[in-house]
Design a binder for this molecule. Structure first.
Ligand code: ADP
Length: 231
């Protein structure tokens, strides 16, 4: 069994009239340390799937098992604990806390874990993404690319075993997007962090080891990129 197992996963949202079913029996198993892209047309359920895998939301049917823990058996608070322990998440629109500086945003997960030496470690993380000199800036004083790099530093701060990224380069210009991409793949290679990203950028997807393609809430194809990685 891998680090993440998704079994018969289904999700319906309440909607006027009858529920809207957006995921219909999705299955896959992710190997620890691998990199995977989830692709598919808009509305095919990619973001919903990522949120369920990260424990941000609950499924309607089926199971998500992360590191041997089945989210179905956990309440909201326990899911939050698992997230804080194992999971990093990067959103397309960054989702930094607007009233906190870049440094304070990065410190939040470490504070939640009750860790020590938080400030110095957070500064080191900002330095790693090339933003040490922006530590005391607020999100509104940063460009989109800088905000995304702060959100990367925040996601890295709990040394996650698995990092989920929802269109991490979707709002960035090409050059900045490439920098962010590099940081994600460096983390995957150097720290062995499992990387699962949702993207509509097929060039980015082709840099991962495996592409899972969704269509109308179902897995349409699921293939390793064997040639690219010489396997
Ligand atoms: P994708 O990421 O592939 O574009 P999403 O998972 O965002 O797909 O959305 C799949 C479908 O679920 C869409 O029709 C969307 O409108 C619907 N949807 C997503 N989130 C919600 C929600 N919180 N409530 C109701 N419908 C939602």
């Amino acid at each position: 069994m891998g680090i993440l197992t998704v079994a018969n996963l289904g999700k319906s949202y309440p909607s006027a009239g009858h529920p809207l079913t957006v995921l219909k029996g999705v299955n896959f198993d992710i190997t620890a340390g691998s990199s995977v892209a989830i692709v598919g047309p808009s509305g095919s359920g990619k973001t919903t799937l990522l949120g369920l895998c990260a424990g941000l939301d609950r499924s309607t049917t089926g199971n998500v098992v992360l590191n041997g823990v089945d989210f179905n058996n956990l309440g909201e608070d326990e899911r939050a604990k698992v997230r804080n322990q194992y999971v990093g998440f990067i959103f397309q629109n960054f989702q930094l806390l607007p009233t906190l500086t870049a440094l304070e945003n990065v410190m939040v997960p470490l504070e939640l874990r009750g860790e020590t030496n938080i400030k110095a470690r957070s500064l080191a993380l900002l330095d790693k993404v090339g933003l040490a000199e922006r530590a005391n800036h607020y999100p509104t004083q940063l460009s989109g690319g800088e905000q995304q790099r702060v959100s990367l530093a925040r996601a890295f701060s709990n040394s996650p075993q698995i990092l989920f990224a929802d269109e991490p380069t979707g709002n960035l210009d090409t050059e900045t997007g490439e920098k962010v991409e590099q940081l994600l793949f460096d983390l995957n290679k150097d720290a062995g962090t499992t990387l699962i990203l949702v993207t509509h950028d097929l060039e980015l997807a082709s840099k991962t080891e495996r592409i899972i393609r969704l269509k109308s809430g179902e897995v349409w194809s699921d293939e390793p990129i064997a040639l690219q990685h010489g396997q």
